[in-house]
Design a protein around this ligand. Structure first.
Ligand code: ADP
Ligand code: MG
Length: 682
């Protein structure tokens, strides 16, 4: 019989309920509930040999077992072996424990030894009373992540039972497994739960052991399979094949610039997809300012010239409105009407616009998520463009997709992202997408020069802005990000605006923040775009999409509070014209280590892909993908940075299995993804 140092109270929660708290629902979940670490109970240490600092296992006979009252009530048990005596001290105990530990009882205890009054002592060791001699275990003892009320012992029993009962047969065809030099699945999970004492401890700890490699590979393969399966499923669905007409040609001919080679290539890829009778699902990636909008406009016109509708969805009102202006400017001369639908518009107006969209009277609708809420029904939606798609929840994207589902055909989807997604992320979480990359900026841009300036030199910065304004240039002043409080952030923005207006004494200073009514926001942005406002004080609302080429100076206050991607996005607002642009990152000392690293990366590089990669290293995929992405199951075992080679291998095997051994693919997916695949369709 095993006794625990702290017997747990009978709790109302059922074992199933407790396991569910750990995310364990099936027998296989138990198999995959892998240890955090191990304890070595395979050997005994002589009491005289027990050293401080590391846990040891001792065994001996109880010499005395007494309740002491000083300094507080506690149970003191003296345990002796042939070499010495060790005290076990319990500050919480049950009367039954005292009885069970009567003198003469044989006990095996595990814990850390510390120096005490009578030599070494263990505080609350784990122990077993040995009624008969018991052999030592042969394997290391697993220590699992658990939850209150569920003991290690109970968890070990459940997992041990699952390991005996579950089907652990290999889902990888033998030839594939051998070719990749991967360990068998069953042997790997068994080893991870019960490693032999001589197992490479470092490999277990840092998860490089072959058994870990196999588990990670399987996890990645499960993810790749489900993504690739969706990808293939889509190619069996139908979408309207869009044919070329005059409008796209006329837009291109009328532009004041030529598409860059990268833009032309992206448009080629998109054009080819749109011409097929299967839904496109493509991500258009490009650094800030690389010119994604015009490529999206071409796609939108392709839908229109085919006699159908297109929708453009942006995550914020200010960005949606920017798109609305830009698209109107390009499309109106071609006689194409564009509707704007945002939550802030009057209800009656929204209803009127929705009716026009439903009747097919306007071919293009641009807006925020309001586009797919409140009963907006498209007559003939052929293309949905989603800007900054990672900012939308998976469910919102699903909703938009369903908008076009009428008549059995799905709309094509073009997603745009100005936050370059690190390769490992796009290979994993976006593995069901095709990707086009605009990896070149339009010509004639002068790279932005970034300066790090301590905020004690604010005066100099003000002088610099004044001088720039006198030369007819324009500047952004970005207010500090205050994550804890939107109200405080707003207050700071208003104060900064007042203070700057006074300090600059001359140039017109505008203010834009998230709480302004849309009409006010639009008025300020208009004035800035037209040059009537020279300095624009802004909260992070300008992070995405704002395009005023004459603005060539940006000051970011408390830059140390911003994330890498945010800083890169903000900086992308300048450097859009021919003149040299400067971004001043004002920081307050002392800088934390993390802030120092972030600022250094932004200072050293303007390459969005490099910055995205650093961001991934600093924050990890969960954060980079954003909390809204929480519908997507993140990886439990594999590490996208460390395990990139495994990810590549898994991707190749996924395609191979889907092609040649769909049954093995299905079995593997069932094992790893269970019922969790529906959210990946978005
Ligand atoms: P982003 O990719 O960040 O959305 P935009 O589409 O807003 O970039 O483009 C940034 C600016 O570059 C806009 O003013 C746009 O009109 C301009 N632009 C786009 N393509 C070209 C090009 N090929 N040559 C010159 N300017 C371009
Ligand atoms: Mg953009």
């Amino acid at each position: 019989m095993t006794k625990h140092a702290q017997p747990h109270r009978a709790s109302g929660a059922s074992k199933a309920g407790l396991l569910a708290k750990l995310g364990i629902r099936t027998q296989f979940d138990l198999v995959l509930h892998l240890p955090l670490r191990y304890e070595d109970e395979t050997t005994l240490t002589a009491i005289a040999q027990a050293r401080e600092g590391a846990p040891v296992q001792i065994e001996g006979e109880v010499l005395a077992c007494d309740v002491a009252y000083r300094p507080r009530r506690q149970l003191v048990v003296k345990l002796a072996d042939a070499t010495g005596v060790c005290v076990m001290r319990f500050l919480n105990f049950y009367p039954s424990q005292q009885k069970a530990l009567a003198p003469g009882t044989r006990v095996r205890a595990f814990g850390e030894v510390r120096p005490g009054f009578f030599g070494g002592e263990m505080i609350h060791p784990r122990y077993r009373v040995l009624r008969v001699p018991e052999p030592l275990p042969e394997a290391l003892t697993p220590v699992y992540p658990t939850t209150a009320g569920l003991s290690q012992h109970a968890l070990r029993r459940s997992i041990g039972a699952a390991l005996g009962a579950a089907d652990l047969s290999d889902t990888l065809p033998e030839a594939t497994r051998a070719r990749l030099g991967l360990a068998g699945f069953a042997e790997s999970v068994r080893l991870l739960h019960h490693p032999q004492p001589d197992t490479d401890a470092e490999g277990l700890r840092d998860r490089t052991h072959p058994a870990w490699r196999r588990i990670k590979f399987d996890e990645l393969l499960g993810q790749q399979l489900s993504m690739r399966a969706h990808y293939r499923a889509r190619s069996r669905e139908t979408a309207p094949a869009l044919a070329a007409g005059k409008l796209t040609e006329r837009l291109r001919a009328g532009l004041p610039f030529r598409l860059t080679r990268a833009q032309a290539r992206a448009w080629d890829e998109i054009e080819r997809d749109l011409g097929r009778a299967h839904p496109m699902h493509r991500l258009l990636q490009g650094d800030v300012g690389s010119g994604k909008t015009v490529v999206a406009a071409l796609a939108v016109l392709r839908a229109v010239e085919s006699g159908r509708q297109a929708a453009v969805m942006a995550p914020t009102e200010i960005l949606a409105e920017q798109h609305y202006r830009k698209f109107s400017q390009w499309l109106a001369p071609l006689g194409v009407r564009v509707a704007w639908l945002a939550g802030s518009r009057k209800k009656t107006e929204r209803r009127r616009i929705a009716a026009e969209i439903a009747a097919g009277a306007v071919p293009v609708a641009i807006g925020t998520h309001a586009l797919f809420q409140e009963g907006v029904a498209f007559r003939d939606l052929a293309l949905a463009v989603v800007d900054e798609q990672h900012r939308f929840g998976v469910r919102q994207r699903l909703a938009l997709r369903e908008k076009g589902e009428a008549g059995g055909a799905l709309p094509h989807q073009l997603m745009m992202s100005a936050t370059p997604i690190p390769r490992t992320l796009s290979m994993s979480y976006y593995a069901d997408l095709d990707v086009s990359v605009i990896d070149e900026l339009p010509p004639g841009r002068t790279p932005v020069v970034t300066k790090l300036v301590a905020d004690t030199r604010r005066e100099e910065v003000i002088a610099r802005i004044r001088a720039a304004c006198n030369e007819g240039r324009q500047a952004y002043w970005v207010c500090p990000l205050i994550e804890e409080s939107e109200a405080l952030e707003l207050k700071t923005a208003i104060e900064t605006h007042a203070r700057l207006a006074a300090e600059l004494a001359g140039p017109a200073v505008g203010l834009v923040h998230g709480r302004l009514a849309p009409a006010e926001k639009a008025a300020v942005m208009d004035a800035f775009a037209a040059g009537r406002v020279q300095v624009l004080v802004a909260t992070t609302v300008i992070e995405v999409g704002v395009d005023v080429p004459n603005a060539s100076l940006m000051v970011i206050e408390h830059a140390e509070r911003f994330g890498l991607a945010q800083l890169h996005q903000l900086r992308g607002r300048i450097g859009r014209g021919a003149q040299a642009s400067v971004c001043i990152l004002l920081y307050q000392q002392p800088l934390s280590e993390g802030a120092r690293r972030r600022l250094r990366v932004v200072y050293e590089s303007t390459d969005g892909f490099r910055i995205a990669h650093e961001d991934l290293l600093l924050r990890g995929p969960g954060e980079v993908l954003g909390s809204r992405q929480s519908g997507v199951p993140l990886l439990r075992f594999a590490d996208l940075v460390q395990d990139e080679p495994l990810l590549r291998a898994a991707r190749a095997v996924a395609d191979e299995l889907l092609e040649r051994d769909p049954q093995a693919a299905a079995r593997h997916m069932q094992r790893w993804m269970g019922g969790r695949t529906d959210l990946l369709k978005a």
